[in-house]
Design a protein around this ligand. Sequence first.
Ligand SMILES: C[S@@+](CC[C@H](N)C(=O)[O-])C[C@H]1O[C@@H](n2cnc3c(N)ncnc32)[C@H](O)[C@@H]1O
Ligand code: SF4
Length: 497
Amino acid sequence: MIQVILRGHKNIYDTRELTKLFDSEVEIYEEMAQLSREKDFVISRLEKDLTGTLRAAAQGKIQGKTAEHQRPVKIPDEKLQPREKALAYDKNQREALRSCLFMVLRELTGKKPVWGIFTGIRPVKIVQNMLEASMGCDEIFQTLTEEKFLEKDKARLLIDIAKEERALIYPLEQRALNIYVSIPFCPSRCYYCSFPSNDLYRKEGEVQQYLTKLIQELQASIKIINQKNIKVNTLYVGGGTPSILNREQFEALFAALQDLEGYSRLKEITVEAGRPDTFSMEVLQCLKDHGVGRISLNPQTMNEETLIAIGRKHSPEQIHQAYGMIRKVGFESVNMDLIIGLPGETEQSLDHTLEEIAKLQPENLTVHTLAIKTNSYLKEHQDLLTLGEEGVLKMLDKIEGFTKEHGYIPYYMYRQKNMLGNFENVGYSKKGGQSLYNMKIMSEKETILGFGAGAVSKVVNLKTDEVKRVPNIKGLGHYMDRIEEALEKKEEILKDF
Ligand SMILES: C[S@@+](CC[C@H](N)C(=O)[O-])C[C@H]1O[C@@H](n2cnc3c(N)ncnc32)[C@H](O)[C@@H]1O
Ligand code: SF4
């Protein structure tokens, strides 16, 4: 356990997130008196030096060793407006504090977190902002590795992905949006998942009721979008497992969606058919007939024992069959999700999964590192997890080798809380097959309207680079009972478009 005492500032959240990279148990105190001197501790300070310049500092003692680091707080550009200047100053203070704390903890623990001081979900955004500030790639690389302490390969990954994004989603459009439709039902709950999916087999009657409300929400917004002539770029139907809907239900959903005047001009339509045991040729044909171009079929692993262990009630063979059906109907873009670090998996298990994936050659491969989610079965059964940080690292190296060998490039990435080894999730694509929706949602540079229970809208203001999060109610029953609230929220968002 590490104790951290704050002096001259109250950045509790930042301090906790950063210290957690070095020890899972952290106590933060604001008073020296609370400190137990027998235990490991670090003091994080914000103070003025003798010349009156503001500086950050950290000093600590861990297992008898001591260390101290200091950094001046950068002064923001004089030309900034007062509000922007204050925000920049606050950001610089926090960053200097994080850097000092990182340097002290790295020196005292010997640990080197690969993502340096970055603890957020979207590190690419930081690089994107650097590119927007006209920094060159060499300068960005240097800043990432020397000031933010990222490992070189992670810095390169961020820069490569930011460049891909620039090529594909820039120039940015303020008056355009994307639609996300949530189908929060799954045939069973996977042991690692905390998604609030509702057990389909116990709530079958609710699927139809839910669809009615969802369509009501879509119709109300589509009417405004048409009236205001707002451009819609992409559509994503996700979940949960949307492919639990039958043909009639998909027909009804797409009838509502096709009221969108720009439907035929959408740049991309994706439907998640995550579990191979959920759909038929009839459903696939219906999706194809409604212009869906991209399907996500998610093996997670191609090892039978693991699939059983994680509660996904399908076999690897069913994945091959489902993939064959998708291709037979003529979909040109298929994504497959994998998870690294599932219970009982070894490097050999991953070799087998990759051999099977190599036979299929999907256009997109999304590789997640297992995250221990709060409301998942795995959270309570962590004894099932045998792979250490080294093991995860070796597997991620294998993924890198495999993707290079098979012509995949990384094109979007994000991080989550409580991931094994604090690594990352990376979306790979064959050249030209990048999913625009994934890039847009991760870059937060274009508004997403989320429809359905638990769906989150993200409203982007390009002028201020601010993103407003507007969530729909999570619980299925609450969403259906209070559908008016969802309609009002959408009206409010679209009013300003
Ligand atoms: C919200 S799920 C929806 C996809 C779909 N329902 C399925 O499972 O096939 C999106 C993806 O996130 C990944 N995922 C879910 N829980 C995870 C966890 N605890 N750790 C890492 N990845 C996870 C899985 O690869 C999953 O396919
Ligand atoms: S991983 Fe996908 S299929 Fe499994 S419970 Fe979560 S959302 Fe449902």
